[in-house]
Design a protein around this ligand. Structure first.
Ligand SMILES: [Zn+2]
Length: 82
């Protein structure tokens, strides 16, 4: 019997192709939707608390000037710039 999906290499290639195609379509969808939460446009930034000197990381939008609250004391801090 000569079935086109008979051997494992063909099946794995097809699955890999479907996976790559899925990621590509998701990327296109994200670019068009501009959905910041879904599309991981959030960036991790480092913060230094000016009150308790605790260094921590938090997620924020790349161009926003918003701060993030310190997990220890709750003080709002601006991101560190390098
Ligand atoms: Zn603090």
């Amino acid at each position: 019997m000569n079935w086109p999906l008979g051997n494992i290499e063909t099946l794995l290639s097809l699955l890999l192709f479907i996976g790559v195609l899925g990621i590509f379509l998701l990327w296109i969808y994200c670019e068009r939707q501009d959905n910041v939460r879904l599309c991981l446009h959030w960036k991790r930034s480092a913060f230094l608390c000016h009150r308790c000197r605790h260094i921590y990381e938090a997620m924020r939008l790349p161009k926003s000037r918003d701060g993030a609250p310190c997990p220890r004391c709750g003080t709002e801090n601006t991101p560190l710039r390098f």
